[in-house]
Design a protein. Structure first.
Ligand code: ATP
Ligand code: MG
Length: 604
């Protein structure tokens, strides 16, 4: 639950309430009508009590049968009307709360899509999920049940207590005497309910975390024969959850006991004091009934006040957590005055680029003083040692990380001045660990262009050398690939990701170690296809394998964030530096003698 201090500072309780208010004012009709309906409900609430008295009076005074019937008829009418109004008042406010929850959740999701990659390095997934699910839920309860009661109960009290005081001040004061005590009681129980339901929620969260980890890590669990331990760990969490739920059940069960106490106590007082008043002729039997009705009707709203207070507190805290997320300014956004670029030719330039990942300012920069120019329509190969900064360099081309002005240029225009839409339309990047969605193969390939035709999808798959694998899949392109593509092999996943990028026919294609899990023969076939498809387009091929970049027009060799060598394959081999060493090591490792012979032959 740790949000970075910088973002916490920007959001306080007041900002959170202000944001919540901005959602409320979007529903003026809901809340406006609701206030009117609540007033009508209050009037009905008071009237029903009075009408009961009125009807009783007719009986007590032995009025004609027709008159009794008329009064009872009115009572029934008002009671039904009041019930209907109550139904509408609840529906209105609960609908409004649902709508606010819905809008909040959509806004959070949109914000998550807006936020740059660096945000995801700083925030934990569980934290984000919990804000999106649990906190929006708490805000809904706040805007629904809590708002309903916080606004309605005082109005009810004013109306009912006012009426009681006018009817019989002495009895009213006596009857209301137990209420403060009762409110204390209710608050204590409300707190306990709140406490246990929070703990239950947390326990549920823990159990589902464990469940999720066990499922996604099932192959590791089985490989290490850890079923017993995993089972026991889950059983512990589950038992804790169960105990918390039992405590919640007990607390909830105590409620009716307490709620029935108050009317009983008040009835005793009414009987005792009101009874002697009736005998003494100071009070009508009718008023006696009206009082009893009021007392029993006020019980429930009074009782849940304790719970409502807890809901308000929790909802406020949740809104603050949501506001923290929504208040973050995306550091990568469309420039105020984007450069007028309709499309990209594909020239890439890095000028004295020095880059640190956001949040790792204390560390050495990931890229240091990188200057490279890739003319439009050419291929740049990027190789280097592990952790040299290859992925970082590749990610800066589509502007996935924040860069300073004057360091990265596309077609001679600073990347910070190019609209994000233009970048995303004309640059396709296949990331190192490409992600497949749990959808069909065709849907995964067409991810960047959902309206792609079947022919386009098949052509992209052929170019990525995936088509021959598709024949073996049970439903061809319509095969569901499972979560993260578990139904496919590593190499098939990589080629699916490649097909996804090729389908877009981008001006610039960035491949980040895309073919690491593909055998040499397939890799060569893909290379040939890419050469044909990408003639005239710009391609950046990042690889830890020299074989993948050998045919590139130019190759940059990265080491520890610096470009240490630059040139064609032949030039680099001749230079006999890091590139040659990498080629030799890989040749040794892979046992590919040809590579070594080539390097040695060309190097001598
Ligand atoms: N999101 C991040 N936040 C902080 N530091 C990072 C982040 N990503 C990478 N780094 C650091 O930046 C440096 C370069 O990482 P990068 O992923 O660019 O290397 P690479 O050359 O692609 O490595 P590999 O060959 O393993 O893919 C490393 O020291 C790494 O620890
Ligand atoms: Mg990498």
């Amino acid at each position: 639950m740790s949000a970075p201090a910088a973002t916490l500072a920007r959001s306080g309780a007041r900002a959170a309430w202000r944001r919540l208010a901005s959602y409320v004012v979007r529903h003026p009709v809901y809340y406006g009508v609701w206030v009117a309906v609540t007033l009508a409900y209050t009037a009905g609430f008071v009237a029903v009590g009075r009408l009961v008295g009125w009807a009783v009076e007719a009986v007590a005074k032995d009025l004609p049968h027709a008159e009794v019937g008329r009064r009872v008829g009115w009572l029934a009418l008002v009671a039904v009307g009041s019930g209907l109004v109550r139904f509408y008042s609840r529906t209105l406010v609960f609908n409004a709360a649902r709508e606010i929850e819905y809008e909040l959740r959509n806004d959070i999701f949109a914000q998550l899509l807006r936020l740059p990659q660096s945000f995801y390095g700083r925030w934990r997934t569980g934290d984000i999920m919990s804000r999106c699910v649990n906190d929006t839920n708490a805000v809904r309860l706040l805007m629904g049940v809590a708002v309903l009661n916080v606004l309605q109960t005082p109005i009810l009290y004013l109306a009912v207590v006012g009426t009681m005081l006018r009817m019989n001040p002495r009895l009213a004061l006596f009857v209301l005497m137990p209420y403060p005590l009762f409110i204390l009681f209710a608050r204590a129980i409300g707190r306990r309910v709140h406490h246990w339901s929070l703990l239950t929620q947390e326990g549920l969260g823990e159990a589902s975390n464990q469940l999720q980890e066990a499922i996604s890590g099932i192959s590791v669990v089985k490989a290490y024969a850890m079923e017993g331990v995993t089972q026991r760990r889950f059983a512990d969490v589950n038992q804790q959850l169960w105990q918390r739920q039992l405590a919640l059940v007990r607390t909830n069960a105590a409620m009716p006991g307490v709620t029935s106490l108050l009317p009983a106590l008040a009835m005793c007082l009414i009987l005792f004091i009101g009874g002697s008043d009736i005998v003494a002729g100071r009070m009508q039997v009718a008023d006696f009934f009206t009082f009893s009705i009021y007392v029993s009707q006020l019980t429930f709203p009074t009782f849940i006040m304790g719970w409502v207070v807890a809901l308000v507190q929790r909802g406020g805290a949740s809104m603050q957590r949501i506001d923290e997320l929504l208040a973050i300014e995306p550091t990568i956004a469309d420039p105020p005055a984007p450069a007028p670029l309709e499309s990209l030719r594909g020239e890439i330039e890095f000028r004295n680029l020095t880059f640190r990942h956001p949040g790792s300012e204390a560390r050495e920069p990931a890229l240091r003083d990188v200057s490279l120019r890739v003319p439009a329509g050419t291929t740049l190969g990027v190789v280097g040692t592990v952790g040299a900064g290859k992925t970082t360099l590749a990610s800066l081309i589509p502007h996935l990380y924040e860069v300073a002005d004057g360091e990265v240029f596309l077609d001679g225009v600073d990347v910070n001045r190019i609209a994000l839409g233009t970048l995303r339309r004309h640059i396709a990047m296949v990331p190192q660990d490409s992600f497949l969605f749990s959808a069909t193969l065709a849907e995964n390939i067409a991810f960047g262009k959902p309206d792609a035709s079947v022919a386009e999808i098949e052509r992209a798959a052929e170019r990525a050398q995936l088509a021959k694998d598709v024949a073996d899949l049970p439903h061809g392109y319509e095969t569901l690939v499972g979560e993260r593509g578990v139904m496919l092999s590593g190499g098939q996943r990589q080629r699916t990701a490649l097909a996804r990028a090729l389908l877009l026919e981008p001006a610039i294609l960035v491949l980040d170690d895309t073919l690491s899990a593909v055998d040499a023969e397939t890799e060569a076939a893909i290379q040939r296809e890419l050469d044909a498809v990408f003639r005239g387009r710009t391609v950046v091929v990042v690889s830890s394998r020299v074989s993948a970049v050998r045919n590139a027009d130019r190759i940059a060799v990265l080491d520890d964030g610096r470009v240490v060598e630059y040139g064609t394959h032949a030039e680099l081999v001749r230079a006999g530096g890091l590139y040659t060493r990498l080629a030799r090591e890989q040749a040794d490792r892979e046992g590919a003698r040809a590579e070594l012979a080539l390097a040695a032959g060309a190097g001598s």
